[in-house]
Design a protein around this ligand. Structure first.
Ligand SMILES: CC(C)(COP(=O)(O)OP(=O)(O)OC[C@H]1O[C@@H](n2cnc3c(N)ncnc32)[C@H](O)[C@@H]1OP(=O)(O)O)[C@@H](O)C(=O)NCCC(=O)NCCS
Length: 142
């Protein structure tokens, strides 16, 4: 992800989240020493993105979103696959994330990619909705 993607990414963000990140939040994230942000492009524009912090040997997924008109075409899955490949390349032992309990689409996508529920943060969102913690573990022994 680079500055030129931001106008498209802000549109994706606004149609994807109740509390969308602002341009300055994206700029701060992109500048972070431990963060990796990548976009998916289609029809000459950025139509989805994903971010992850790499902290020691763990990957913490910050966000994944795909524009409404481009959903259910495998783009979200392709973004996750790309980060899984990065995690393997960097020999991470796990990738982890939080997801709203009601977000069945995202939960089934993560489950299809090998993430398993490992915990719950009570009333994590707006002090009302629980977050489900989902983690994908890698075998780093061999
Ligand atoms: C979650 C999200 C990123 C998925 O992106 P996507 O490009 O539509 O995902 P894919 O097309 O790769 O879907 C892969 C799998 O996820 C599951 N899935 C995705 N959307 C689904 C839906 N609407 N209903 C049921 N399952 C769904 C399915 O298992 C699907 O595989 P299938 O199409 O072979 O059945 C997208 O819906 C989105 O941006 N949502 C709003 C933002 C958000 O909630 N992000 C996650 C925050 S934790």
């Amino acid at each position: 992800m680079c500055d030129a993607h931001l106008p498209d990414i802000l549109k994706v963000e606004q149609e994807s989240f109740f509390h969308p990140w602002t341009e300055s939040m994206f700029r701060e994230e992109m500048a972070g020493n431990f963060s990796v942000y990548r976009v998916a492009e289609a029809d000459g524009k950025a139509v989805g993105y994903m971010g992850m912090w790499i902290l020691a040997d763990e990957g913490h997924i910050t966000n994944v979103a795909v524009g409404k008109a481009y959903r259910r075409q495998g783009i979200g899955g392709a973004l996750i696959d790309d980060f899984i490949a990065l995690a393997i390349e960097k020999n991470l032992c796990l990738m982890t994330l939080e997801v709203r309990e009601s977000n069945e689409n995202a939960i089934s996508l993560y489950a299809a990619k090998g993430f398993v529920p490992v915990g719950r943060r009570k009333k994590y969102y707006e002090n009302t909705e629980d977050a489900i913690l989902m983690t994908k573990f890698f075998d780093t022994e061999g």
